[in-house]
Design a protein around this ligand. Structure first.
Ligand SMILES: Cc1ncc(COP(=O)(O)O)c(C=O)c1O
Length: 392
């Protein structure tokens, strides 16, 4: 009855403690405004739902799908051409996954051995660390610092580490730090990866939530990127399909072939009605993408401007569904989060849950309607949190 040693490598303490505290408050009758979860609160558009409903009644709908349908691969290829100006071969450069989580959790199994070094962003999406812990990799953190525009400083990675590193994970626009990459940074990454023979995995899950008329930059749009890496994406955030698990990896065909060998042993594919609905989304979803982006942009403006007006000067995120907010000095991120819950019922995530460089920040998710965001601002304005911030 003893769990594996491997399980001891996970540290989910902050998240589970926070969730327990939140449920305790709910049980006590407190009205909680939950801005801690990075899951879309809206449904997919009706044309996607309709496609799924129609497909589910078909005779072969419940058979194993095993892999992505050829039409899905073609739809991804067309989507990449149309949205990111990248050529993708549907037959050899696309691999379907059950959301990007499936890709991110399993790619290390295909490419890493115990003790191999991986370069990970800190703060970073928690699944990266978990995935590399499972394979027993050594994690080398690349700090994302405000003074560097939250881009990793590759010059700061010593050649001895770079030589031993086998993989690097990047995420732009990012979670929890909603920063954008630049073309020149990605060019530097490609050169670095070629020099040290590092596999680059770019997590592009928030590719469609980019504001202020800025354009997404796919890692694969950079010359030479396909020689060194892969890009993971999904329909979870772009089309609000988070629960109907579907995503894909695009890029280097040799890497994809290796990964397919592992994947064919892991699962029997995505439910085909989900695949068919996703095809419709990828082919015909541009109008919805615009509306969805506008929804988050409006929420962002309301929350950030509202907080600024009451004295909490948080930075305007250029992308994603997150605000990465600095907290007052003298408090740890965790202490601040508990104070906020106690005084206002607003739940956010402490930045240190995403790595040591997240200390001093909280992540606020824009996953509630405008009225609830306004209510959150009102409660924060009336609490002692603002004097805490002003006195810093
Ligand atoms: C940065 C990032 N990558 C990947 C994922 C996984 O999403 P999915 O598996 O639904 O594509 C998430 C989910 O929150 C995320 O924030």
């Amino acid at each position: 009855m003893i769990a594996s040693q491997r399980l001891n490598r996970f540290d989910q303490l902050i998240f589970s403690e926070l969730a327990q505290y939140k449920y305790k408050k709910i049980e006590e009758g407190k009205d909680i405004i939950d801005l801690s979860i990075g899951s879309p609160d809206q449904p997919p558009p009706s044309f996607i739902q309709q496609a799924m409903i129609e497909e589910i009644t078909k005779k072969d709908a419940f058979q194993y799908s095993l892999t992505g349908l050829p039409e899905f691969h073609t739809a991804v290829s067309q989507f990449y051409q149309r949205r990111y100006d990248v050529d993708i071969c549907p037959e050899t450069e696309v691999l379907q996954t059950m959301g990007s989580q499936d890709a991110l959790m399993h790619l290390p199994l295909a490419f890493m051995d115990e003790g191999d070094i991986v370069l990970l962003p800190d703060p970073g999406y928690t699944a990266y660390e978990a995935a590399f812990h499972i394979v027993g990799a050594s994690i080398y953190s690349m700090p994302l610092l405000e003074e560097n525009g939250y881009l990793p400083d590759l010059d700061n990675i010593s050649p001895s580490i770079a030589q031993k590193a086998k993989m690097m994970v990047l995420n732009f626009p990012g979670n929890p730090v909603p920063a954008l990459s630049t073309k020149s940074f990605f060019e530097k990454v490609v050169a670095f990866a070629k020099k040290y023979e590092i596999i680059v995995i770019h997590d592009f899950a928030y590719s469609e939530l980019i504001f202020d008329q800025q354009k997404p930059i796919s890692f694969l749009s950079i010359k030479g990127a396909k020689e060194v890496g892969l890009e993971c994406n999904s329909l979870s955030k772009s089309f609000n399909m988070a629960g109907s698990r579907i995503g894909y990896i695009v890029g280097n065909k040799k890497l994809l072939r290796h990964f397919m060998k592992l994947k064919s042993n892991l699962d029997y594919g995505v439910f085909s009605p989900i695949q068919r609905a996703a095809i419709q989304a990828l082919l015909k979803g541009d109008t919805f993408l615009e509306a969805n982006k506008n929804l988050y942009e409006e929420r962002r403006n309301v929350l950030v401007n509202g907080l600024k007006n009451i004295g909490w000067d948080v930075a305007l995120p250029p992308a994603t569904m997150f605000v990465w907010a600095k907290i007052p000095e003298g408090y740890t991120s965790t202490e601040f989060v508990y104070q906020l819950i106690d005084q206002t019922g607003v739940v956010v995530t402490p930045g240190n849950a995403f790595g040591q460089y997240g200390e001093g920040y909280v992540r606020i998710a824009l996953v509630q309607p405008l009225e609830r965001l306004q209510e959150a601002i009102k409660r924060i304005a009336e609490s002692h949190v603002i004097p805490m911030i002003k006195n810093r």
